[in-house]
Design a protein around this ligand. Structure first.
Ligand code: NAP
Length: 275
């Protein structure tokens, strides 16, 4: 590695040579000019991810299903940061919507470099009471939704010989959870999908990773019963519920060239909830 120049952004500046390697210390420029899609970027973790990518220099397209006003507000914030932003109403469960969104982002940004599969839902029930709809809805949005967007960008990333795919799974996909057989199965599926696609796209210099949050303060958990939240809180070694930004920072790192030798990995962001 000695003598190599590490390049983290298109317009990076050489700032500090050290030990034969030249580092760009300008964190805010790491994703300068990159084009990104974040699914489910209207609220919660997805909104935090969209904004953090934009703070790091990326143009960001988000989709949503219901929260149009919130999605438009996130796009306004992205634009205030001097980046291009786009909000699209698109259901991740529909492959045609995914293809269309990728085309819209490409048209708007001129290129696409980062895909973050974040959209997700939970419809909890113990397995003996779970309806077929509860199973199908969660699988269609959480797991097939991820596949739809990966499928929509795979050929492009392969052709351009670059790309970053980051899938948001959950610690419950690693350990299972009482009352969440559908959700946990969908999130475990995302891990298998991540590892398989990492193998398939590795030789095209595409990094494919997953981030597994523990309990994070968003609408998804606000409505959970207090007893469930207290039980989860008691598991967290750091003693507090995580924040959406704390997930977003790891996603931005994985989207950057600092993570260029990481692929097929699952990184927990859970304050030690599942050790
Ligand atoms: P959230 O606050 O409920 O937000 C979910 C996002 O997904 C919203 O932007 C929503 O958009 C979007 N969405 C849902 N269904 C969609 C669909 N069919 N098509 C397009 N967008 C759709 O959830 P969150 O807590 O931020 O969770 C984000 C991700 O992190 C999920 O994958 C979740 O499983 C995962 N996660 C969360 C936690 C946690 O504790 N919060 C822990 C582990 C993993 P609209 O509302 O506008 O439809």
């Amino acid at each position: 590695m000695l003598g190599e120049t590490l390049r983290f952004a298109q317009n990076d500046t050489v700032e500090k040579p050290f030990n034969g390697v030249t580092y760009n210390l300008n964190y805010m420029k790491e994703l300068e000019g990159k084009g990104a899609i974040v699914t489910g970027g209207s609220v919660g973790i997805g909104a935090a991810i969209a904004l953090d990518l934009a703070r790091n220099g990326a143009h960001v397209a988000i989709n949503y299903r219901k929260h149009a006003d919130e999605a438009n507000k996130i796009v306004e914030e992205i634009k205030k940061l001097g980046r291009k932003g786009l909000a699209v109403q698109a259901d991740v469960a529909k492959s045609a919507d995914a293809e269309q969104m990728v085309q819209s982002a490409l048209k708007e940004f001129g290129h696409l470099d980062i895909l973050v599969n974040n959209a997700g839902i939970n419809q909890d029930s113990v397995v003996w009471k779970m309806t077929e709809d509860q199973w199908d809805n969660v699988m269609a949005i959480n797991l097939k939704g991820c596949f739809n967007y990966i499928h929509a960008v795979a050929q492009l990333f392969k052709n351009q010989n670059s790309g970053k795919i980051i899938n948001i799974t959950s610690i419950n996909g690693l350990r299972g959870k009482f009352g969440q057989s559908n959700y946990s199965a969908s999130k475990a599926g995302i891990i298998g999908l991540t590892k398989s696609v990492a193998r398939e796209l590795g030789k095209f210099s595409v990094n494919v990773n997953a981030v597994a949050p523990g309990l994070i303060e968003t609408d998804m958990v606000v409505n959970a019963p207090e007893e469930v939240k207290q039980k989860a809180l008691a598991e967290i070694v750091l003693g507090r519920i995580g924040k959406p930004d704390e997930v977003a920072w790891v996603v931005s790192f994985l989207a950057s060239d600092k993570a260029r030798h990481i692929t097929g990995e699952v990184i927990k962001v859970d304050g030690g909830q599942y050790i």
